[in-house]
Design a protein around this ligand. Structure first.
Ligand code: 0GY
Length: 307
């Protein structure tokens, strides 16, 4: 009997990533790092996890690295996507084929053995992602996460956390008990229709202010914006409602911020961004060459390539 590869049907309404992105007008500093991006499959080689909450289109390492070169980045941090569960093979394969220009963030279960951790470290993994976004993952007991954080801390890795802003109060004690550096995805997903000095975002600012081990990715305007993309807004105003939030974080904590494209942009419902225009958003949130260099080069290098 002929064995055929499992075929995966994209989640209905899934938006494919944008082929043919524009060339950014903003010239990235030499050595810039795209510190948040993913690979999906390709599913014929790296199957999607049975427990996944969505089935994406494939987005390969070759396509990711072609985008890197097109946009003018030099390095990537490839973050394990939830559609692959704790099967990190696609992400690790991308690191191994990057010529040392990519590092990674894994998803782990407590069953992972030390030899697997060592192999991931050798491939370039430097962090583990704890995801609390309920539409993306099932619940993992806190004691399992604490155990994992203790183990990866010994390797010098950090914890990346992804959560919805409304859940920060409940997660606060857990987050602040973690022994490693902590990197928050997408600014803790603020509601950007609320004031930038309102209680919701003030709580996030306090989280960063009171805990010197907390970093933030000032990423995903396309996910957070309610005012919308360039086509709706005119290029100068693209994602304008996100600017005060990102700029406040960059200017208050210039040494603890990172930026990433989030390519291939999982789960966007309304529009798929042109990654070139996302790069052109950077000077709106990091307004000086000094801030841009820290955001795009110095900070990610300190965290992912400290050697
Ligand atoms: C992101 C955001 C999302 C998804 C994932 O791993 C993932 O599936 O990260 C999302 O749907 O908000 O950071 O890419």
């Amino acid at each position: 009997m002929k064995v055929t590869a499992m075929e995966f049907q994209k989640t209905p309404g899934w938006l494919d990533w944008y082929a043919g992105p524009s060339k950014p007008r903003f010239k990235l500093p030499a050595g810039a790092v795209d510190a948040h991006c993913h690979v999906f499959g390709p599913s014929a080689e790296f199957q999607y996890a049975p427990e996944r909450k969505y089935t994406p289109c494939d987005a390969s390492k070759q396509q990711l690295y072609a985008l890197r070169d097109h946009l003018g980045f030099y390095r990537n941090v490839v973050v394990q996507a939830t559609c692959h569960g704790a099967d990190n093979r696609a992400m690790v394969d991308a690191l191994l084929h990057s010529g040392g220009k990519a590092r990674g963030v894994a998803t782990l279960k407590r069953s992972v053995c030390d030899a697997e951790l060592d192999a991931m470290h050798a491939a370039g993994v430097r962090g583990v992602r704890f995801n609390f976004v309920k539409r993306l993952v099932d619940f993992t007991p806190r004691e399992e996460l604490i155990e994992i954080a203790g183990r990866i801390g010994k390797l010098g890795w950090h914890v990346v956390i992804y959560f919805e802003a409304v859940d920060l109060p409940e997660l606060w004690d857990f987050f602040t008990s973690l022994p490693t550096a902590i990197v928050v995805d997408h600014m803790g997903t603020p509601d950007v229709s609320m004031p930038v000095d309102g209680p919701g975002f003030e709580l996030f600012m306090k989280f960063m202010r009171d805990h010197a081990n907390v970093w933030s990715k000032v990423s995903c305007p396309e996910r957070l914006s309610k005012s919308g993309p360039p086509a709706l807004n005119g290029e100068q105003n693209a994602y304008r409602d996100v600017i005060p939030f990102a700029r406040r974080i960059v200017e208050t904590f210039p040494d603890r911020v990172l930026w990433g494209t989030d390519w291939p942009h999982p789960n966007l419902k309304n529009h798929m961004p042109d990654d070139g225009l996302l790069v052109d958003f950077i000077p709106h949130i990091a307004t000086t060459t000094e801030l841009q260099r820290r955001l795009l080069v110095d900070n990610p290098m300190r965290l992912y390539w400290p050697e």
